[in-house]
Design a protein around this ligand. Structure first.
Ligand code: ADP
Ligand code: MG
Length: 324
């Protein structure tokens, strides 16, 4: 069976006044039915651009090369309308801020039933019933009352549950969640992630969970792609990644995860230094200036994506623990 999603050599650049800005560099990723992939990296590493390129949501200033295949069909050159026809039933998405995705002047009930009527051709009454069932499924306490509410009347966590209900309402094959819990507090964050994981299994959806927080993907994904400056720099099954981490960058990300037992106010080690300028192509490894293990070779030559076996790929001349 074809993978649900296959990205091959996907690159995205933006035409900017300062020159071409390379946001995503030749990314190759495959996702099977029901599988979940975490895409992790600091802010600015290209995660959102990668997701938007996949969903056909790039602005006009973007130049994309490479291919996006959905269930074996190349959708790279689909028109905006053709891609939109895939949304809902094929691909669905959840953003960091549900307020921007929900219509502020329409009741939750109307927003939920709309896609059921339009996309699944349900009649009003059946859609209403299904909407209430979905609200129950995402653990909204009083679903009937919720149908009549407006988005501004809800907490961030409740709004995100509504977005999830809308996203799964038409049984999509795959779900994109871009920083879905970043705006929520830690307890609500855990509940929302748990809910997403349950629904993914129940609906057998493939999922791409995009986050800057390696801790978020640890318990909720089958495999992880770590992005840095537009490159996938480490790609491995989740367990393999955590037990045998190869990239100094991934290690640095891991050290910056807040832990529950960390007293509030404790300063976490942040990764020192900044991402390289994405409009310049400097020689060497893009992480060289920030890497504790840097050598002359790192500054001179960019490491290729190396196959370390066990479906583990990395871009480093001196991987942690040696090259296997
Ligand atoms: N519309 C745009 N025009 C120009 N540059 C953009 C645009 N969108 C994103 N970028 C740039 O692309 C890079 C990757 O951004 P993004 O994918 O949003 O990062 P992330 O989601 O990992 O924080 C950044 O350097 C960002 O400034
Ligand atoms: Mg982003």
């Amino acid at each position: 069976m074809s993978p649900v999603l296959k990205l091959t050599d996907l690159s995205v650049s933006f035409n900017t006044p300062r020159g071409m800005l390379k946001a995503v560099r030749s990314v190759t990723i495959e996702l099977n039915a029901g599988e979940s992939l975490g895409v992790v990296g600091e802010s600015g590493s290209g995660k959102t651009v990668l997701s938007r390129a996949t969903m056909g949501l790039l602005p006009r200033t973007a130049v994309r090369t490479g291919t996006v295949e959905y269930l074996g069909t190349d959708i790279s050159n689909y028109s905006a309308k053709e891609v939109r026809d895939l949304w809902g039933t094929g691909m669905a998405m959840i953003f960091q801020d549900p307020m921007t995705a929900l219509n502020p002047v329409r009741r939750i009930g109307d927003q939920l039933t709309e896609s059921l009527v339009v996309r699944l051709g349900m009649d009003k009454k059946a859609a209403q019933e299904k909407a209430i069932a979905l609200l129950k499924r995402v653990r909204i306490p009083d679903p009937d009352a919720m149908m009549r509410k407006f988005p501004y009347q809800l907490s961030g966590g409740m709004r995100q549950r509504i977005m999830i209900a809308i996203a799964v309402s038409c049984n999509p094959e795959m779900l994109f969640a871009d920083e879905p819990t970043t705006a929520l507090d830690v307890t609500v964050q855990a509940q929302v992630l748990e809910l997403l994981s349950e629904l993914r299994k129940e609906f057998n959806m493939a999922m791409i969970l995009v986050t800057h927080d390696l801790g978020v993907v640890a318990g909720h994904t089958d495999k992880i792609a770590v992005m840095y400056a537009g490159d996938v720099v480490e790609y491995a099954p989740t367990r393999q990644l955590f037990s045998n981490m190869k990239m100094p960058y991934t290690e640095a990300l891991l050290k910056s995860i807040p832990r529950l037992e960390t007293p509030t106010g404790t300063r976490l080690p942040v990764i020192e230094g900044r991402l390289p300028d994405p409009t310049k192509d400097e020689p060497g490894c893009p992480f060289a200036n920030r890497c504790p293990y840097v050598t002359d070779k790192c500054r001179a030559e960019k490491p290729p994506l190396t196959d370390g076996g066990n479906n583990h790929f990395y871009r480093c001349w001196y991987p942690i623990g040696g090259a296997q």
